[in-house]
Design a protein around this ligand. Structure first.
Ligand SMILES: [Zn+2]
Length: 250
C-alpha cells in the first residue's frame, strides 16, 4: 500500500461536464484491468461510454502450445464483448478494430480509424494508454514493460484527438461518405501514468465485485483467480482506487 500519499477521489471534478467518454485501448482485456471500475461508475452516473480496442489480442497466449492465432483472437474478442456487457457498455458501443496483436503501427491510416470514432461519438473526454514510457513504474511497488501496442494505440489516439479530428483538412471522406463533422476533445485520461504529476484517483469501492466479474470473462487471457491480483493493485490506504493521468488538451 502507498504509505505517504493521501488519496482523494477526483471523480466529481473530472467528470462534472462530461457526457460522453471514448475509451481507446490496445487489447480485449485492457479496459477491465486499467479502468473497469471507473467505467462502471461512469455508466452508473449516466455517462455514455464507447470502447474501441485496436487489436484482437491473438498472440498473447504466453507459452501455451497448440493455440492458433486466428482462433485465439476470436475467443479474446468474444470475451471483450462479454466483459463489456458486465460493465454496462451497450453492444453497439463496443468495437474491436481487429488489427493483429503486436502489429499496430502509429500510422496516419490508423489515426484515421480513431478520428472516425471521435467524430462519430463526439466524446468530451478520451481515455487511452501512456504513449511515453517504455517502462511503467507502479508507484513504489513494481515496474513493467509498456506493450508496444499500448504505446502505439496511445500515439494514434492522442494524434487523433489533436489535430486530426478537429481540423476539417484531415480525412475529408469522413464528411462526404460518413456524414461526420469535425470534433474537439477537451480532456484526456491516460492509464499507466502513476508517476505523472497530474495523476488522479477514482474511487471504485462500490464497483469491485462487478469489476471482478468483468475481469473473469477473460478466460483465455488469464486465470479467473488472477482477478484478485488485479484488484490488489487498486488497493490503497483508504480504499480502492483506479489512478489515471489527467490532461486538458484544449
Ligand atoms: Zn494490453
Amino acid at each position: 500500500m502507498i504509505q505517504v500519499m493521501k488519496i482523494k477521489d477526483s471523480f466529481k471534478e473530472t467528470f462534472k461536464d462530461v457526457k460522453n467518454v471514448l475509451v481507446v485501448l490496445a487489447h480485449p482485456d485492457d479496459m477491465e484491468i486499467s479502468c473497469g471500475g471507473l467505467i462502471i461508475r461512469l455508466i452508473d452516473n449516466g455517462v455514455q461510454v464507447r470502447l474501441v480496442a485496436t487489436t484482437n489480442g491473438g498472440k498473447g497466449m504466453k507459452d501455451k502450445k497448440g493455440l492458433k492465432e486466428e482462433e485465439y483472437a476470436k475467443q479474446r474478442v468474444a470475451e471483450q464483448f462479454k466483459a463489456g456487457k458486465v460493465l454496462g457498455i451497450e453492444e453497439v458501443e463496443n468495437f474491436n478494430l481487429e488489427i493483429p496483436d503486436g502489429e499496430l503501427e502509429a500510422s496516419v491510416e490508423n489515426i484515421g480509424k480513431i478520428a472516425f470514432h471521435i467524430r462519430q461519438f463526439k466524446p468530451d473526454l478520451v481515455i487511452t494508454h501512456n504513449p511515453d514510457n517504455c517502462i511503467i513504474e507502479f508507484f513504489n511497488r513494481s515496474t513493467w514493460v509498456n506493450h508496444r501496442d499500448h504505446r502505439n494505440t496511445a500515439l494514434i489516439t492522442i494524434d487523433a484527438v489533436y489535430p486530426y479530428s478537429r481540423d476539417r483538412g484531415f480525412f475529408t471522406s469522413q464528411f462526404e461518405k460518413d456524414k461526420l463533422e469535425p470534433h474537439t476533445v477537451k480532456k484526456l485520461l491516460l492509464t499507466d501514468s502513476y508517476t505523472a504529476a497530474s495523476v488522479k484517483f477514482f474511487a471504485i469501492d462500490n464497483y469491485l465485485s462487478k469489476k471482478k466479474i468483468a475481469l473473469q470473462q477473460h478466460l483465455t487471457a488469464f486465470d479467473p483467480s488472477d482477478a484478485d491480483d488485479y484488484l490488489q493493485e487498486n488497493k490503497f490506504e483508504n480504499g480502492y482506487y483506479e489512478p489515471l493521468g489527467f490532461y486538458e488538451v484544449y
